[in-house]
Design a protein. Structure first.
Length: 117
């Protein structure tokens, strides 16, 4: 079970990722493709071309941490993306749905109150 102190910003990289990449390779990819500094916080999600492997990279107050999941069958459903974006921002609920194998396109969220910014 993955437990993180939420709310945390979650960035999904839409580029296919070589899953042999480690801490430095994923951090470099986040900086180049997502234009984000990993050390400033946030959770970064990467998937491979076949979408059967997923890695999460995050800064854990005193070092980087990677969480890796490999599916034995099936594929991760990636969120809808736009052509000009290399990054999609997710909520914690959307990430949990992706990890649980639920298609985000089939989920309908009901209207809820949000405090004006």
């Amino acid at each position: 079970m993955l437990s993180l102190a939420l709310p945390v910003e979650i960035y999904f990289c839409t580029e296919a990722t070589d899953m042999r990449r480690g801490f430095d390779g994923l951090m470099r990819m986040a900086e180049e493709h997502l234009a984000r500094d990993v050390l400033s916080g946030g959770l970064y999600v990467f998937v491979n071309r076949r979408r059967d492997r997923l890695k999460l990279l995050y800064w854990d107050n005193d070092g980087l941490a990677i969480w890796h999941k490999r599916l034995e069958s099936g594929r991760f459903q990636i969120p809808p993306i736009t052509a000009e974006s290399c990054c999609v921002t997710l909520t914690g609920m959307q990430l949990a749905l992706i990890l649980g194998g639920i298609d985000l396109a089939s989920v309908r969220q009901r209207k809820r109150y949000r405090r004006p910014a």
